[in-house]
Design a protein around this ligand. Structure first.
Ligand code: SAH
Ligand code: SF4
Length: 459
């Protein structure tokens, strides 16, 4: 299917001008993953294109947009709490418009709740409706009624949406949208719809724009980047896409997430090994170290096949670091299953581990499974895992001391005279000395505290 090319809605721009009678300001807040952050940058971009200025405080805003996350229950509670807090702002400023969008509003129950219990929310739109926002604002301003349509799944890809990026040197670049994997615990396929890939020419064009604009750290995004290319008219897969982007000259690095272990290949590891720009870091979420749990999670790989790929990567790219997501307390997870997860974590030695207690999501298959492990037991398990991970990070960072690393400078840190930067695996490095933000610097590592490395700038 050909993508839609974004077009400015002049009638909406005009209506906004008339309604506010001056330049209005928008405050956009995104919750959740990198894809959500990238969506938020586009939402702001579209609104700036319509004539909005951008403000950093809700109190100064004429339009507040909450771009939400639904992946865990806790995230949803937080969003509802934050929406609740907007009531007083609306009372003070009746001209204020409030829009809620993103993964939460892709669920009918959430839209119903907003309709009934949050009467000051004016506009709702889903995960793939950013280009439609100007039309919704126009409808709201014309009819003076709330615009809270039922969620629909929209499969179009919309290119050339204006974007206002949060950073001038670090960027997210979606290569695909949606997910077809239906891991049994996960709501993403329900709220982000079926998987669809962008054309490589559109990705390449955006990539080149970023490099030309001086971006140094570009992360390719997709729920499962390894299945990139399915359904496109061109002959391409993820490794080929990486090879193509790697050809673009410049002083930048390429990262990607997320790789699903069921589709990650030796060829992908070889592509990383042979590349100029691709970061030597592999985020490969394993979720559990027990084959029985992996099967119940519908992950479609085994611990053995996962470790096989990790061992290949360790041999092929000796300086590669690894990270993973793990869900603790999936329904039916026994102490024995959990010990297998501990053993796997010790074996792989991840540099970073993102651990989550299982959260039941309505409509998913796992939500129907009996879950008799008490919450306290789950909390104990996650604490045990974090303690193991802390040990591993100490061991790995000690090995790095005395080496020189390349960091992307983020600017002055909290302490006087201390700057911070990041390695290409996202680890934070604090160093003494002044270096320009958004540029690379060489740092000699001298000490480490937890996951934070310390060192000195090499002139
Ligand atoms: N597509 C990516 C990211 C999915 S969401 C992937 O497959 O890895 C990010 C992480 O949130 C997941 O890897 C998983 O560890 C966690 N997660 C997703 N659903 C969850 C749930 N219901 N409860 C707890 N953690 C969950
Ligand atoms: Fe969710 Fe699995 Fe898709 Fe990741 S691959 S978004 S965990 S369903």
């Amino acid at each position: 299917m050909e993508p839609i090319r974004f077009q400015k809605n002049e009638a909406a721009a005009q209506a906004i001008q008339t309604y506010y009678g001056r330049r209005p300001y928008v405050f956009t807040r995104s919750f959740g993953c990198q894809q959500s952050v990238n969506d938020g940058e586009k939402i702001t971009g579209v609104l700036v294109d319509l004539g909005f200025g951008v403000c950093e405080e809700e109190e100064q805003a004429d339009l507040i947009v909450f771009n939400t996350c639904a992946v865990r229950e806790h995230a949803e509670h937080r969003v509802f709490g934050n929406i609740g807090a907007l009531k007083t702002l609306k009372e003070k400023n009746p001209h204020l418009l409030i829009a809620v969008c993103g993964c939460m509003t892709q669920q009918e129950s959430v839209v119903e709740k907003l309709k009934k219990s949050y009467p000051y929310v004016d506009i709702v739109f889903g995960t793939n409706g950013i280009d439609l926002l100007p039309g919704l604002i126009l409808e709201k301003l014309t009819d003076r009624k709330r615009v809270l349509p039922k969620p629909v799944e929209r499969r179009d890809i919309v290119e050339e949406i204006p974007i206002r990026r949060d950073s001038s040197y670090r960027a997210f670049l979606p290569i695909m949208y949606g997910c077809d994997n239906f891991c049994s615990y996960c709501i993403v396929p329900y709220v982000r719809g079926r998987e669809r890939s962008r054309k490589s020419a559109d990705i390449l064009a955006e990539f080149c724009q970023l490099v030309d604009a001086g971006y140094k750290d570009i992360t390719l995004l997709g729920q499962n980047v390894n299945s990139y290319g399915k359904g496109l008219d061109e002959e391409i897969d993820f490794s080929r896409l990486l090879q193509m982007l790697d050809q673009i000259p410049g002083d930048h690095r390429i990262r990607f997430m997320t790789s699903h272990p069921k589709d990650a290949t030796y060829q992908l590891v070889d592509t990383i090994a042979q590349s100029q720009h691709i970061s030597h870091h592999f985020h490969l979420p394993v979720q559990s170290g027990s084959n029985e749990i992996l099967q119940k999670m519908n992950r479609k790989y085994t611990v053995e096949s996962y470790l096989d790929l990790i061992h290949y990567a360790k041999e092929r790219v000796p300086d590669m670091t690894y990270s993973s997501d793990i869900i603790v307390g999936f329904p039916g997870e026994t102490e024995e299953d959990f010990r297998r997860t501990e053993a796997l974590v010790r074996e792989v030695e991840y540099m970073q581990l993102f651990t989550f207690i299982y959260s039941k999501r309505g409509g998913t298959v796992a939500a129907t499974l009996p879950d008799d492990t008490p919450h306290k037991e789950k909390a104990d398990r996650i604490a045990r895992l974090i303690a193991i991970q802390d040990e591993i990070v100490d061991k790995l960072t000690q090995k790095m001391l005395g080496t020189t690393v390349k960091v992307l400078v983020e600017g002055p840190g909290r302490k006087e005279g201390v700057f911070t930067g990041r390695l290409d695996n996202n680890m934070v490095v604090e160093f003494e000395g002044d270096a320009p933000e958004g540029q690379f610097a060489q740092i000699l590592l001298t000490s480490a505290k937890g996951a934070v490395l310390k060192g000195n700038l090499i002139k």
